[in-house]
Design a protein around this ligand. Structure first.
Ligand code: E4P
Length: 218
């Protein structure tokens, strides 16, 4: 499973990408707004930091305007993946852009049948939002399970399942067990994956013992 960052915070992306473990970045209009930067500038900067697909979302809601915005965003870099909402016009834009060879991430997916249509439209990624389903007492993980099952029924489907709206490490564990292709994480959740109090305590004890030897490795 590949790890993407769900962020438009340049400092955070730079810090975490330094691990070499980040394969892409997803943004959305809310994250761009939070960054306080102009969309084209922030997307270009992210592309210069992370190698791999960088999702930039259209804000238009009609097909012709989505296509116009996509034309501007794809000029930024070959890495730009156009993110479109899972609406009729979004699916139509996905089909046209995918046929033209542009990678598309279909976002705001809340049902497996929506995911099936996105695959048919040639999406490179489908983004089911599990946290937002959990928020309304629905089973977000079940949605990912259903999409995995359906996609696996049709080997010709190449759309990658990008688990989104991920809130905590348990979501990451479960989507990995289900077989999501990618998980996109806020910086906080990525850090929670490697931080563990027993690791910290264990390291402290090892270093305390080591100090008593007076030895150095170098
Ligand atoms: C994914 O592409 C979305 O930007 C994101 O995961 C939404 O997450 P949220 O529900 O925490 O806002």
């Amino acid at each position: 499973m590949n790890f993407f960052l769900d962020s438009a915070d340049i400092r955070e992306i730079r810090d975490l990408a330094d691990s070499g473990l980040i394969s892409g970045v997803t943004t959305n209009p809310s994250l761009i707004t939070k960054s306080g930067q102009e969309i084209k500038k922030v997307i270009a900067e992210i592309c210069s930091i992370v190698e791999g697909p960088i999702s930039a979302e259209v804000t238009a809601t009609t097909y012709p305007e989505m296509m116009q915005e996509a034309a501007v965003l794809t000029q930024i870099s070959e890495q730009v993946t156009i993110k479109v909402p899972l609406t009729f016009d979004g699916l139509k834009a996905c089909k046209t852009l995918s046929d033209q060879g542009t990678m598309v991430n279909v976002t705001l997916c809340f049902s497996a049948t929506q995911a099936l249509l996105a695959a048919r439209a040639g999406a490179a990624f489908i983004s089911p939002f599990l946290g937002r389903l959990d928020d309304i007492s629905m089973d977000g993980l079940q949605l990912i399970r259903d999409i995995r099952l359906i996609y696996d029924n049709y080997p010709e489907i190449e759309t990658a399942i990008l688990a989104a709206s991920v809130r905590h490490p348990y979501h990451v564990l479960e989507v990995a067990k289900i077989g999501a292709d990618v998980v996109t994480l806020p910086g906080k959740t990525f850090r929670q994956l490697y931080n563990h109090p027993l690791t910290d305590q264990g390291l402290e004890a090892f270093l305390k013992d080591w100090k008593t030897t007076g030895q150095t490795i170098l």
